[in-house]
Ligand binder design. Sequence first.
Ligand code: NDP
Ligand code: PMR
Length: 399
Amino acid sequence: MALQTAALLPATFSVPKEGKCSASFKDSTFFGVSFSDNVKADFSSSALRCKREFTQKTGAVRAQTTATEAPATTRSAMDGKKTLRKGSVIITGASSGLGLATAKALAETGKWHIIMACRDFLKAERAAKSVGMSKENYTIMHLDLASLDSVRQFVDSYKQSGRPLDVLVCNAAVYQPTAKEPSFTAEGFELSVGTNHLGHFLLSRLLLDDLKQSDYPSKRLIIVGSITGNTNTLAGNVPPKANLGDLRGLAGGLNGLNSSTMIDGGEFDGAKAYKDSKVCNMLTMQEFHRRFHEESGITFASLYPGCIATTGLFREHIPLFRLLFPPFQKYITKGYVSEEEAGKRLAQVVSEPSLTKSGVYWSWNKDSASFENQLSEEASNEDKARKIWELSEKLVGLN
Ligand code: NDP
Ligand code: PMR
């Protein structure tokens, strides 16, 4: 049973104005090449398989609760100066790509303790080592966002650890652009929206009180968004476009039985499901802001870090896409950013004193300077945000 709980070891190119795209291809084609029949089964890891592998691989891992609560500042006995304790930041999906690069950037400052909330413990441990993070700067905890039980166990373990929570970064995501059939989370929600939105929704709701209790100078909840969910950009107009419709699929539970697997009630489309999930992420951030910013002082933010064309996000795309996508973004759209640069951007949203404004969707210009970007009509629709909040509460069992 010791293993059932989370393992805890110390261990833009953005087009700001309305842009119209005349592209007439589907997302499943790129440079006119059809991918549909080339999907490889070796990337078909289901949430359940990952969970099993974790339990097998981490047989020797025990939960430890080493941390104790510490006030944000302590006065030094030597010179009486106040010193700030290390901030505690949880980053979901810190085992690769943007999450790992952000963890690395924050660890290098020496001012943060990073809780890497990951579904594959060994992968996370290797990843942390591979980027040179030193053990005193991070803790790996098991979290599978495709299982609400796992989310609840993670939260329980975190609370038991006694560690304060100063910043939560909802970063993990799955993208299934070539899937012909939907796959599902442990509770039977379509996997992309289930993981990217519903898993994070429950996680952030359950950890909100911990954030509220933080005495750190700036406490933040960050939910990673994207340009492709924003139809006021060229990238957001590449088919299939995000569209949540009247939310009838979400209301029905996205299970493909008595409802559609898609939020808008349409036919399953993996690329659209991902983009829809990003719209939910950006709307959720704003709804948090409206409901809790004033009373709690928490900064709620989202961002588009740039096109990080080399990450594991594209693992289920065909090899040709993965080969051509980075140069396409580098030389044609000029929207490309390296994982390292994107990690620095997200690290700014975590820790920069100048980025404390709440309710903002951050982006960066060509000189890598941050600016408050405009969200599309749908991604800033207050009525939809409230409805998604209420429907999501029901689905994750908060209501
Ligand atoms: P990666 O695939 O490299 O990282 C995604 C992370 O999410 C991985 O660590 C993965 O774990 C984790 N993850 C996936 N499913 C689960 C799950 N069920 N439970 C816990 N963790 C899970 O992609 P990126 O770094 O590119 O993506 C990070 C974020 O950036 C996403 O929110 C994405 O939408 C966003 N983004 C990415 C852009 C890009 O161009 N790449 C552009 C705009 C936004 P594992 O290592 O085990 O697979
Ligand atoms: Mg896109 C203005 C240029 C721009 C930018 C910044 C992106 C970002 N993309 C742009 C344009 C185009 N893309 C154009 C003109 C095309 C047609 C050739 C195109 C195609 C394309 C595909 C097939 N782009 C993609 C895909 C994906 O599978 C990626 C996706 O949609 O994932 C959901 C993607 C992306 N383009 C981006 C970004 C950031 C992505 C990554 C996904 C994300 O996290 O949002």
